[in-house]
Design a protein around this ligand. Structure first.
Ligand code: C5P
Length: 244
């Protein structure tokens, strides 16, 4: 049995695979980026000191950029090296995937040749439900499940395409391709639909533009090399800072 936490230690409201959410005040949560890594529905797991820091800083660079471009997000500011202050949101129970180049499950499930560039970005919606392995949604299923309406689908699609354009515009001059990424949305206390969660090396594929080498969680998923060095490289290339 796990030891009881010391008295006065705040308990997380939610513990995800790599982040924990703590209460903060009436309008905000504290989102902690842990050093945990998981893949394949958490069948593969590891902990690497420093990984949480790199992802936290990558997300703290990219989320404000997206916000400045007109897509509202839950990010308020950094609280520490590994913590974001975020607005309280009620998460929409789906994941939005956006794809520019064929990689990962779209190769496995539909037979695209890896690295094929799509003529226009592909936006897909998955139900956020581990026990069903996040099945693909369409508007009718989402509406029948009460997860999202067709109008909400359209709004998330539009916001996702905007995020895609902003990220590609930022990453391209840094010699990085963005094959795909995953977003999550939520409703804030005013009822506005805003971007939640993170944009990081856990939720995006980043490829070196010249070599097409992975600089993201695929290095962990598929044992492609030094995982921590990969997160560090993503951090350095995206933030423009040198890791200590
Ligand atoms: O696995 P798949 O190829 O569908 O993933 C597409 C993109 O979405 C990848 O960048 C992956 O890291 C991200 N993703 C995620 N969380 C999931 C599923 C996918 O961050 N549950």
């Amino acid at each position: 049995m796990a030891a009881a936490p010391p008295q006065g230690t705040p308990q997380p409201l939610y513990t995800g695979k790599a982040k924990s959410l703590f209460p903060h005040d009436d309008r905000h949560f504290r989102m902690v980026f842990r050093d945990d890594l998981t893949a394949f529905d958490a069948v593969k797991k590891a902990t690497m000191k420093g990984k949480g820091y790199y992802n936290c800083q990558i997300a703290a660079t990219l989320l404000p950029m997206v916000e400045r471009a007109g897509v509202p997000t839950h990010f308020v500011r950094l609280l520490s090296d590994t913590e974001h202050l975020v607005k309280k949101v009620k998460i929409v129970k789906l994941e939005v995937l956006c794809r520019n180049l064929a990689a990962g499950s779209i190769v496995k499930n539909y037979g695209f040749v890896e690295g094929t560039e799509f003529k226009k970005p592909i936006v897909m919606f998955d139900l956020k439900e581990d026990k069903f392995h996040d099945p693909l949604l369409n508007e009718d299923i989402a509406e029948a499940l009460g997860v999202a309406t067709a109008a909400e689908f359209a709004k998330m699609r539009e916001m996702t395409l905007k995020v895609n354009a902003v990220l590609r515009g930022y990453l391209e001059p840094r010699g990085l391709l963005l094959p795909d990424f995953k977003l999550e949305f939520g409703y804030d206390l005013e009822g506005g639909l805003i971007l939640a969660d993170e944009i990081s090396a856990d939720t995006c594929r980043f490829w070196d533009a010249k070599t097409r080498r992975s600089i993201d969680k695929d290095v962990f998923r598929f044992d492609k090399g030094d995982v921590l060095a990969t997160y560090k490289e993503a951090y350095e290339r995206i933030t423009g800072k040198t890791a200590g």
